[in-house]
Design a protein around this ligand. Structure first.
Ligand code: GS8
Length: 228
């Protein structure tokens, strides 16, 4: 019993294990910030993962991990849904209608599966391989632009789960454009306008890192894959 009390005293109630340029980590940071939840942020060195990360995510050993009252929650979209359910009174992210919720999860999952692969293809690829990733990236963005339609947000009139899942990618747009020598705005003007609209929200503006800083990071990352 005494041990339990010490443990609870020791743990700040919310800790986020993360890495600053992580598109997945940004989702969780935006969710917590939007909900007004204070949390301890711990930036991991992914080459030398902390014992806490290995203990809290023994399956994938990846960030982000939310540690709430000493208990881990893993996988960014799963964490965001947990945050939305636990702190349900402020800024709801998922719609209450079951069909709308299913649709929101579908599109969030789409951003996960489709965009990250293209981005990876752009920063790890050269020549034809990179061209293919670029083309696919624009196609995927156009599909998302179609889903957005004339709405201000994917969630309709307010910023929601799909917006939150997708907007971190905006911080990597500049790096992709520089590496791929193309303009995303030219192909997808409405999507860029949507991202800029999201940036007007404090919870997004505070969290998304500077695009130039991300570009420097991506250049370093690229060195591990491509010998120029
Ligand atoms: C992806 C997390 C991830 O790839 C999620 O949380 O949504 N599906 C997961 N995390 C990366 C850093 S961001 O690219 C990571 O922790 N990598 C460390 C490793 O692979 O060893």
């Amino acid at each position: 019993m005494a041990e339990e009390v010490i443990l609870l005293d020791f743990w700040p109630s919310v800790i986020l294990l993360d890495f600053w340029p992580s598109l997945f980590g940004m989702r969780v940071r935006i969710a917590l910030t939007g909900k007004g939840v204070s949390y301890e942020y711990r930036d991991e060195n992914l080459q030398h993962k902390s014992p806490l990360l290995l203990q809290m995510n023994p399956v994938h050993k990846k960030i982000p991990v939310l540690v709430h009252n000493g208990k881990p929650i893993c996988e960014s979209l799963n964490i965001v849904q947990y945050v939305d359910e636990f702190w349900k009174d402020k800024s709801p992210l998922l719609p209450s209608d079951p069909y709308q919720r299913a649709q929101a999860r579908f599109w969030a999952d789409y951003t996960d599966k489709m965009i990250y692969n293209c981005i990876r293809g752009i920063y790890t690829g050269k020549g034809e391989e990179q061209e293919k990733a670029k083309k696919e990236f624009i196609e995927v963005l156009k599909v998302l632009e179609g889903e957005l339609g004339e709405k201000p947000y994917f969630g309709g009139e307010s910023f929601g789960f799909v917006d939150l899942s997708f907007v971190p990618f905006y911080s990597w747009f500049y790096a992709m454009e520089e590496l791929g020598k193309f303009s995303i705005e030219e192909g997808c003007p409405k999507l860029v306008a949507w991202a800029q609209r999201c940036m007007e929200k404090d919870s997004v503006a505070k969290i998304l890192p500077d695009q130039h800083k991300v570009f420097d990071f991506v250049l370093q990352l690229r060195k591990d894959f491509v010998k120029e």
